[in-house]
Design a binder for this molecule. Sequence first.
Ligand code: MG
Length: 171
Amino acid sequence: MTSDNPFGEAPADQLPFRVGQGFDVHRVSEKADRLLVLGGVEFPGEAGLAGHSDADVVAHVCIDALLGAAGLGDIGQMFPDTDPRFEGADSVALLRIAADAVRAAGWNPANIDCAVVLDTPKLAPVKEQMQQNLSTAVGAPVTVKGRRTEGVGSLGRGEGVAAWAVALVAR
Ligand code: MG
């Protein structure tokens, strides 16, 4: 490293920041009684997603991004889908547990930015509520962007919902 490096001579593994990313996709459940939950917001009457927990794909990518940033593995290691304790679990509550684990490991969540890909339902009316739910769980700002596929591919046919997130953590 050169002397004009803003991080000084710190080795890469001792920098004050780390980033992590999360990706997840859940298919639409064949069970009619599954409730669609995204960012802790329920969408009554919409087709729910399949999954061991509540299948909140937005909370899941936040968890994976945070855990990745802190070097704590991934959501499947922390909350195994073979564990009956997590059957039907509130994924925003799991996000809170993951954020606490990140802090216990010496990292403070700085922010998370998510993109959610689905054509329906529209997220705009509940985006603020999703961001509030997720931010409260993480203890740092979480932003959510809804993105439509304009009918392209399996997501455009409404066969599932995908999401991505990037998280920054600071020492
Ligand atoms: Mg998932």
